[in-house]
Design a protein around this ligand. Structure first.
Ligand code: ME8
Length: 537
């Protein structure tokens, strides 16, 4: 039909769903920010984005924690799930579309449907499991993946968590069947996961051989019921089975896309997912089990799994016993949300492990934000206010220096698109700040405050070129610092696009990248300038 706006391309992305057995910590916050920045970038770049996050509420860990606290697992999940949601809404300004809880009904239906499909494919059989299980990791270990320590207890070597001997009737998934199909997938789609060095670890693991996977539990009941086996499908269970928590957890990504309603608008639009963002400790679940389940169930595979590193406190692992667990809200109170978001994305690359401490955060806040960006904007805007009646100046003829800076700034969007495609926010920001460095050098060299007396026309050109550069930078840092970037764009008199996404934090709201080349219009009267990036005192 006519008069319809062309439909935008869809973009579906997810975080891991977090265990609500405790309060969220800064590691969780890191993953939220590293996914939110991608969601905002894609919206500004014209995509129809669906962003899923939530909590992973079943399993033995939840059941045990609840028992210790003398409440039901659902009470525990409900209380802490709310804390995660509060962090997203009130502390981090996360622009998610749905916060899923795995105790929700549609998720139970989705999980049972994927189970039935895997069973129908002949990939599920009943047997007995005997081996080691880590409740903390919700993960099975073979004996040679464990060790007995001085205290006489047995621990998982890789994660250092205690394991307990488990012997029970269990359903198994024929993971061994999928070794070759997975290796083919990794070869055919080298960007299926990143960064490369973390993806390579997964590939090496698959090359070393895959054993079938225990996918149900009988020793407790806090989980999704395994559907009754199809008629005439081998041996009958002697006990009630609930799904192994990871089967249900991974399926949340399908639930969010409307599965099992595969004919629905939502599913057709958003499946396969474009991006799963997860941490390095759960890469095998996402790069091995998840595609194997989907291949078995005859469902298209997600396009990419981005494996981020861990965030450590001052080089040390965060832990309650070390007393160095930082609550995200404390951090944001101390430094401000945008400074925290900027620090997390600028300081280290998303795939690598990173460490934070007070001096490092303050260094970024003062040098990169207050000085390089804030000061440049404030100085040029103040000169315009004082000397040019607060209107965007009319540029005269451009010099080589003017053109070089304008071209460097114009090229930033293409760089950012390439970087965001592989979640290299660090490089995108590094490139942006390199241009800001050029802009500061340009401003110092051109000395517009001297030109004010000697050559006012040239001053106007220098101020125009500077503001135009600040405009491009402000547009581009919106996903990272939505609040401050919006304020800056307001001060530059840049019109809001209205259609660039639903989360405007303040002022006129987000400006779509469609306006990338819409240069500042000379004569536009600007609001009175005020500093946007305060120094940390
Ligand atoms: O693993 N730094 O939940 P979770 C950065 N429910 N990221 C960290 C981190 C740190 N210090 N600590 C944890 C689970 N993470 C499962 C996921 S998905 C279908 C099910 C990351 O609450 C971790 O790597 O233990 C994971 O991606 C996320 O936080 C949730 O961890």
């Amino acid at each position: 039909p006519q008069n319809q706006t062309p439909s935008r391309e869809s973009y579906y992305l997810t975080t891991a769903i977090h265990y609500p057995n405790g309060e969220p910590h800064i590691g969780h916050a890191y993953e939220m920010v590293g996914t939110d920045v991608m969601a905002r970038f894609q919206r500004l770049d014209g995509h129809d984005v669906y962003f899923l996050t939530g909590t992973d509420e079943h399993g033995q860990k939840m059941a045990q924690t609840a028992e210790r606290e003398g409440i039901t697992p659902l009470q525990l999940a409900t209380r802490n799930s709310a804390a995660f949601q509060r962090m997203d809404d009130e502390v981090l300004d996360i622009s998610y579309d749905r916060f899923i809880r795995t105790t929700e009904r549609d998720h139970h239906l989705a999980s049972q449907e994927i189970w039935r499909r895997m069973e129908a494919a002949g990939d599920i059989y009943l047997d007995r499991y005997s081996g080691w299980y880590s409740v903390r990791d919700e993960r099975f270990f073979t004996e040679d993946e464990t060790e007995v320590r001085e205290d006489g207890q047995r621990y998982a070597t890789e994660t250092g968590t205690e394991v307990t001997w488990t012997e029970e009737e269990s359903y198994f998934f024929r993971l061994s069947r999928y070794q070759q199909p997975l290796l083919d997938l990794y070869r055919e789609r080298p960007d299926f996961s990143g960064p490369r060095y973390r993806f390579n670890e997964v590939i090496r693991f698959v090359e070393s051989g895959l054993e079938d996977l225990s996918i149900s539990r009988t020793s407790f009941d806090w989980g999704i019921d395994v559907p009754a086996p199809a008629e005439g499908s081998g041996s009958r269970p002697t006990q009630d089975h609930v799904m192994y928590v990871w089967v249900d957890a991974l399926t949340n990504y399908l639930t969010g896309a409307g599965f099992p309603e595969t004919d629905s608008e939502q599913f057709r639009r958003f499946w396969p997912a474009d991006l799963h963002v997860i941490g390095k400790d759960i890469s095998r679940f996402h790069c091995i089990f998840w595609p194997a389940f989907l291949l078995s169930a005859g469902i298209e595979l997600p396009r990419r799994v981005m494996i981020h590193g861990f965030l450590n406190n001052n080089g040390e692992k965060m832990s309650k016993s070390l007393g160095n667990v930082v609550a995200p809200a404390e951090w944001v109170d101390r430094y401000g949300l945008d400074a925290v978001r900027f620090f997390l994305l600028r300081e280290f690359s998303f795939g690598a492990d990173g460490s934070y401490n007070h001096d490092a955060v303050v260094g970024r806040k003062n040098a990169d934000l207050a000085n390089n960006l804030g000061n440049l904007a404030q100085r040029s805007l103040s000169m315009v206010a004082k000397n040019l009646a607060g209107a965007v100046p009319e540029p005269g003829e451009l010099t080589a220096a003017d053109r070089a800076l304008l071209e460097a700034a114009a090229g930033l969007l293409a760089t950012a698109r390439a970087d965001y495609a592989v979640q290299d926010y660090h490089h995108a920001l590094e490139s942006t700040w390199a241009v800001l460095g050029d802009a500061n050098a340009y401003f110092a060299e051109q000395q517009p405050w001297v030109l004010r007396k000697t050559d006012p026309e040239r001053m106007a050109t220098v101020l125009y070129v500077t503001l135009e550069t600040v405009r491009r930078v402000a547009l581009l840092v919106q996903p990272v610092m939505p609040g401050s970037a919006t304020q800056l764009l307001d001060l530059l008199g840049v019109e809001a696009s209205g259609d660039a996404g639903r989360t405007g934090s303040s002022g006129a709201g987000p400006r779509s990248f469609a306006a990338w080349d819409a240069a500042l219009v000379p004569g536009t009267v600007l609001p009175a300038p005020r500093p946007v990036f305060p120094r940390h005192e």
